[in-house]
Design a binder for this molecule. Structure first.
Ligand code: NDP
Ligand code: MG
Length: 397
């Protein structure tokens, strides 16, 4: 029996994870669940899955959750705040941690899980983008197993079966890998007239053609910052230099990514676009379990298309490559500026095309340093947030 903590249980990935777990009660039990502010949803999950512990964002949320659970006769222990999140991620009772909090808020608990040597199912890409080598080193030192949940990275991992679950370094000649081909749907605005992009609404930006996801990653998909963050994520997970990572637009989202080997072979992982596939893969690895996802019908899909990304249409993708090449705390800076800009767009404070301008401004205005400690990364994160807020306030005038 594998005991699981889900960080971000009420989100899109969290709900999909519980859906897979519920299909295999003989294999998995839920040790702890967390949410930030959706207390009613978390209460319903606790009533159904009976975790030992649950964590929310605030004291008020915790008393609300306690009251709901008491009324239902459920004796889950309720806590709140970052220290409690780190606690449920690193508790000795836990085998695996699904890291599915969105944004920089996921860094501390995901790192706590890695430092405690857990099997870490990594959905929260922002944590790895920010902390890079520090995170990989912490996981390695503690003997933690990192399994990628992001569909592209999970696909790449599946396309490297000869390494038996050990992450090979792409830069290592012996691995025989020429390139990672990271597929991207191109999001809802792939073919929209660029001149009209400033007028798009958050609802339009969040309406992804193939995937149903949380609002932040949906906007990131529309700007292609999501792919940019994934390039950086692939760099750290697979030891891949920027020039060995190629982004390929593939609007059908059926091929989830590919690995191109030196002998000319290209291995791909295919499937319907449903996150329960990578979630089930990582949960059961190296075995396979049913995920609830329908088998792929290639004759139904009939056509698979590919094209190169247009960096002018998607400047955020270029900014992410710049941050990766700059190194140090530049990716943390990029990520923080992006989080603030996306929230401002969702709050109707800036237009869609101002997202990339905010990030470009912050990256030009602030120096970046060495990412030699988590404290340095967090300081860069805070400075970038402040600079982005100031710039946005100026734009609104
Ligand atoms: P959602 O917005 O749907 O869910 C986010 C979860 O994190 C919720 O449980 C939310 O709680 C919690 N949360 C939000 N803010 C905080 C905070 N400050 N502190 C603690 N918890 C917080 O996001 P997704 O599920 O879409 O994405 C989660 C992560 O997985 C992201 O990093 C994303 O990039 C990555 N990912 C997602 C994919 C997808 O298909 N959705 C695909 C690949 C990667 P509450 O509900 O109470 O607000
Ligand atoms: Mg992805």
């Amino acid at each position: 029996m594998q005991r699981i903590t889900i960080l971000g249980a009420t989100g899109s990935i969290g709900v999909s994870t519980l859906d897979v777990l519920a299909r295999h009660p003989e294999r998995y039990s839920v040790y702890a669940l967390s949410a930030h502010s959706r207390v009613d949803e978390l209460a319903a999950q606790c009533i159904r899955f009976r975790p030992a512990r649950a964590v929310v964002g605030t004291a008020a949320g915790a008393s609300q959750l306690s009251a709901l659970l008491r009324a239902a006769g459920v004796n889950t222990e309720v806590e709140y705040g970052e220290a409690a999140l780190c606690g449920i991620a690193s508790a000795p009772e836990v085998d695996s941690v699904m890291a599915a909090i969105v944004g920089a808020a996921g860094l501390a608990p995901t790192l706590a899980a890695a430092r405690a040597g857990k099997k870490v199912l990594l959905a929260n890409k922002e944590a790895l983008v920010m902390s890079g080598q520090l995170f990989i080193d912490a996981a390695q030192q503690a003997g933690a197993v990192l399994l990628p949940i992001d569909s592209e990275h999970n696909a790449i991992f599946q396309c490297m079966p000869q390494f038996g679950g050990r992450m090979p370094a792409v830069r290592d000649e012996a691995a025989g890998i020429a390139k990672i081909l990271l597929t991207a749907s191109g999001g809802p605005f792939l073919t929209r007239d660029v001149a009209t992009l400033d007028a798009v609404t958050p609802e339009q930006a969040c309406k992804h053609p193939n995937w149903s996801m949380g609002r932040k990653i949906s906007v990131d998909s529309a700007t292609m910052m999501n792919k940019g963050l994934e390039v950086i994520e692939a760099h750290w997970l697979f030891g891949a230099p920027a020039e060995r990572i190629e982004v390929v637009i593939h609007p059908q989202s059926v091929i989830h990514s590919m690995v191109s080997y030196m002998d000319g072979s290209v291995l791909a992982q295919l499937g319907n676009p449903d996150m329960r596939t990578p979630i089930a893969h990582a949960l059961a690895y190296p075995e396979r379990i049913a995920s609830g996802v329908a088998q792929l019908d290639l004759t139904q899909i009939a056509t698979l298309q590919f094209e190169r990304p247009d960096f002018k249409r998607f400047p955020c993708l270029a900014l992410a490559f710049d941050a990766l090449k700059a190194g140090g705390t530049a990716p943390a800076l990029l990520n923080a500026a992006n989080e603030i800009a996306v929230q401002a767009f969702l709050d109707l404070k800036i237009g869609f095309r101002q997202i990339d301008r905010v990030i470009a401004h912050v990256m030009e205005a602030l120096p970046h340093g060495d990412a030699d400690s988590i404290a340095a990364v967090m300081a860069q994160d805070a400075a970038a947030r402040a600079a982005a807020e100031t710039y946005i306030a100026g734009l609104a005038k």
